[in-house]
Design a protein around this ligand. Structure first.
Ligand code: ATP
Ligand code: MG
Length: 309
């Protein structure tokens, strides 16, 4: 669990973060979103102690990070920096192997891990492991950055716009991988993006920052249903999605039914009270909508990748 208590950060006269309070649960996928300059990167840097706090404190599992040894704090936190920061004089393999080496894993263990991660991010080991970073495109370097952050299997992942340089397909693939990783091994992830659609797709909870303060914090569902003010609404501009696009085929269990022509707004409202509905068309049940699946799908359509009608 990570807890921010009255955290503030100043640069000279400028207050960049003011009285930030939030708790991130173990295993939670928290997405920090907000306009450029609102303090997202600063928030991550504070957690990693790349920069000192001006006021307040940050605790990890009830321990103030300032009382922890900085190396062990960082080894336990994978960090994908916003500016790609691979070491230029090291090969791709050496870059990824860095923290496992510091942790004194065996060579065999490290090699297996590097191969596994390179496959995960779609850069085959044989082809790429001996290259130097400047022989990779920006998007490829970004993917190696993700692999490096995952390398030593940290409990906490800090990711600062990790997919910003990727084409939509690679981006979608890595988003899905990341959701899988988190579902399977319950990492605590703090993910920064300025893209609300990405936030809605990935987040367990979203923290929307504006000018160094939290504008709204809650689940994607809460953002859809109860955006707090015009600023939040502006971030939530969405396209028209139909009920059928949120549906999974197949019928299971008893559940309320809705016609397929139901308005999505109405569906979302219904899903606050029930986690499952069946969709009816011409008197036949044609599919099922599950709350969680539907919200993930909604993020997907908002990305503009589905056939939005
Ligand atoms: N070293 C620094 N010295 C002075 N001001 C800084 C420094 N680093 C950041 N800032 C300022 O702090 C504010 C927050 O910066 P930060 O990098 O956290 O924004 P961000 O939300 O990550 O933005 P972006 O989406 O553009 O990456 C900005 O106004 C920035 O100019
Ligand atoms: Mg930033």
């Amino acid at each position: 669990m990570i807890r921010f208590k009255h955290v503030s950060k100043r640069y000279g006269d400028q207050e960049v973060l003011s009285d930030l309070n939030m708790t991130i649960q173990k295993g939670e996928f928290l997405v920090l979103v907000g306009p450029s300059g609102c303090g997202k990167t600063t928030t991550l840097k504070l957690m990693n102690r790349l920069i000192p706090l001006t006021g307040g404190s940050i605790e990890i599992d009830e321990r103030n990070i300032e009382t922890l040894e900085v190396e062990s704090l960082r080894w336990n936190m994978g960090y994908v920096l916003q500016q790609i920061a691979l070491f230029p004089h090291m090969t791709i393999e050496e870059n990824i192997a860095l923290v496992p080496q510091m942790k004194k894993w065996s060579n065999e263990q490290i090699k297996t891990r590097v191969q596994e991660l390179m496959a995960l991010v779609g850069l085959p080991y044989e082809e790429y492991h001996q290259r130097y970073p400047d022989a990779l495109s920006g998007g490829q370097q970004q993917r190696i950055g993700v692999a490096r952050a995952l390398a030593a299997d940290p409990d906490i992942l800090l990711m600062d716009e990790p997919f910003s340089a990727l084409d939509p397909l690679s981006r979608e693939k890595l988003q899905d991988e990341l959701l899988d990783i988190q579902a399977n091994i319950q990492k605590t992830i703090v993910f920064v993006t300025h893209d609300m659609n990405e936030a809605l797709k990935l987040a367990d909870r979203i923290c929307l920052l504006n000018d160094g303060a939290i504008e709204q914090m809650g689940t994607p569902q809460q953002f859809y249903e109860t955006p707090k003010n015009d600023f939040v609404k502006q971030f939530m501009q969405r396209k028209k999605v139909t009920v059928k696009q949120l549906m999974k085929p197949g019928i299971s269990m008893e559940a309320p039914t809705i016609p397929s022509s139901t308005d999505v707004e109405e569906l979302l409202h219904l899903l606050t009270n029930t986690s499952l509905v069946h969709v009816i068309e011409n008197g036949q049940k044609i599919g099922t909508i599950e709350r969680e699946h539907a919200f993930r799908q909604l993020g997907h359509y908002l990305d503009g990748r589905g056939d939005v009608s």
